[in-house]
Write a protein that binds this ligand. Structure first.
Ligand SMILES: Cc1ncc(COP(=O)(O)O)c(C=O)c1O
Length: 436
């Protein structure tokens, strides 16, 4: 058995001075306590107890080049002496904006923020200002940050969530203003008819539809063929904006994100995480006429750290790596991730466990279910989450770190030897599951 004694002791000590012992509630989803890590190196994390983990959490997505990627940390180190924040512009912002506008399918212009949560708030405000409407449709099970406006029906219990064809908005946290629920319409995802119904129930009141293009937070579920293009078309017909939250998929499933892969185009898109390979950067990209309201109509967006020198340097260096040789790193990651997905599937069959592996090679989830692969939040909730949690624990014991839902993020540092090591560990972890 691996020991976590030092993490447990440090967590107890931390709780006395850091509220709840963590800096983000998301970290409570960790076994046996929120773990303390001393350092990350490529695909591996070293915790304070001396355990080494092959890391498939990757900070929940950002570390696309692995931990402490040399080209990025060198670029950031070189930028440090230039300063950090000026309450003024820095030429790297221009350079990065130009580059992003070239790479992102829906970007006529971009605006930088610091976290995904804030960028979502900016996109919602822009949509409301541009359309003069208030309500926003969001999809059940999708996560768009922890703000009052967005943390709605992200993980509702099924007895609160209402019928599948008319879900009710459920506040995700105590302390949220009840009024936000009046401005939010919840629809089932991957279902154009459900979206049409939501529009019909609120004629000419919908400012925007927001969704993850791939439902990563509810289980790496891919959109049906034509679904995203259908959403864009429906929004256009209804005079609403389509906001695509690519915080996870952006720069992870390819340079152009999920929209390039599925041939869809949103009015506003949100990127964060992988774009700066671990440094804090988020952005809204989108239509010039919508984004110009920031200047023309004084739609407010601020942020002390937006466009800070180090995040800009990190993103430029990360894009150098990701763009090299026509995206060679993505081709490698796709090959290795596919091998991992197939390997996990075959191991499931060998151990007679109902393992379903769903998603992209760079971001996928293992489900335990004898039913067809889940297509939305409710179907994903119907999968066997206790066995997923047991698999997470068994993997951790074998030196593999995935989150408690068993989502797997891949980085360019996960080379073939690491994939082999992972599959051997997963074999032993599945054997443990079968024994219990
Ligand atoms: C799809 C999506 N949108 C928004 C966010 C919020 O981003 P941040 O944690 O940077 O505020 C997340 C975070 O995981 C996310 O997965």
């Amino acid at each position: 058995m691996r020991s976590y004694a030092k993490s447990i002791a440090l967590y107890e000590r931390t709780k006395a001075h850091l509220a709840g012992g963590v800096s983000s509630n998301v970290r409570y989803a960790s076994t046996p306590v929120p773990l303390f890590f001393e350092r990350g190196e490529g695909a591996r994390l070293h915790d304070v107890d001396g355990n080494v983990h092959i890391d498939y959490v990757l900070g929940n997505g950002p570390a696309i080049l692995g931990h402490a990627p040399k080209p990025v940390i060198d670029a950031v180190a070189r930028s440090l002496a230039e300063g950090q924040v000026f309450a003024g512009q820095h030429p790297r912002e221009t350079e990065l904006a130009e580059r992003l506008n070239r790479l992102l399918p829906s970007a006529e212009v971009v605006r930088f923020a610091t976290s995904g949560t804030e960028a979502v708030l900016m996109a919602m405000r822009l949509a409301r200002a541009f359309t003069g409407r208030v309500k926003i449709i969001k999809c059940e099970g999708h996560y768009h940050g922890w703000s009052d406006q967005a943390f709605i029906s992200t993980k509702p219990s099924l007895n609160e969530a209402g019928p599948a064809d008319a879900p009710v908005p459920v506040a995700g946290s105590p302390g949220m203003a009840p009024s936000v629920l009046e401005d939010t319409v919840v629809a089932g995802w991957n279902d154009l008819a459900a979206l049409r119904r939501a529009f019909d129930l609120h004629p000419r009141q919908i400012a925007a539809v927001i969704m993850e293009p791939v439902m990563v937070n509810g289980g790496a579920i891919l959109p049906h063929e034509g679904y995203l293009a259908g959403v864009a078309e429906l929004c256009r017909a209804e005079g609403a904006l389509f906001i695509c939250d690519e915080v996870i998929t952006g720069f992870r499933v390819g340079l152009g994100g999920a929209q390039a892969r599925f041939g869809a185009k949103a009015d506003l898109s949100i990127y964060a995480k992988a774009v700066a390979a671990g440094f804090p950067l988020a952005l809204v990209a989108g239509r010039r006429d919508v984004m110009d309201t920031l200047l023309d109509r004084g739609v407010m967006h601020g942020g002390t750290y937006n466009g800070n020198v180090q995040s800009m340097a990190a993103a430029l260096a990360a894009l150098d790596e990701l763009e090299r040789d026509g995206g060679a790193l993505y081709r490698l990651m796709e090959q290795r991730g596919s091998r991992l997905m197939q390997g996990l599937s075959s191991l499931g069959a060998r151990h007679k466990l109902p393992v379903l592996v769903q998603g992209f090679p760079t971001i996928f989830q293992t489900f335990f279910s004898r039913a067809a692969p889940p297509r939305n939040y409710r179907e994903s909730m119907a999968c066997d989450r206790d066995t997923a949690l047991a698999f997470h624990r068994a993997l951790q014991e074998e030196g593999i770190r995935v989150n408690q839902r068993t989502t797997w993020f891949l980085s360019a540092a996960h080379d073939d030897a690491i994939i082999d090591e992972t599959l051997a560990a997963a074999d032993r972890a599945m054997a443990r599951l079968v024994q219990h």
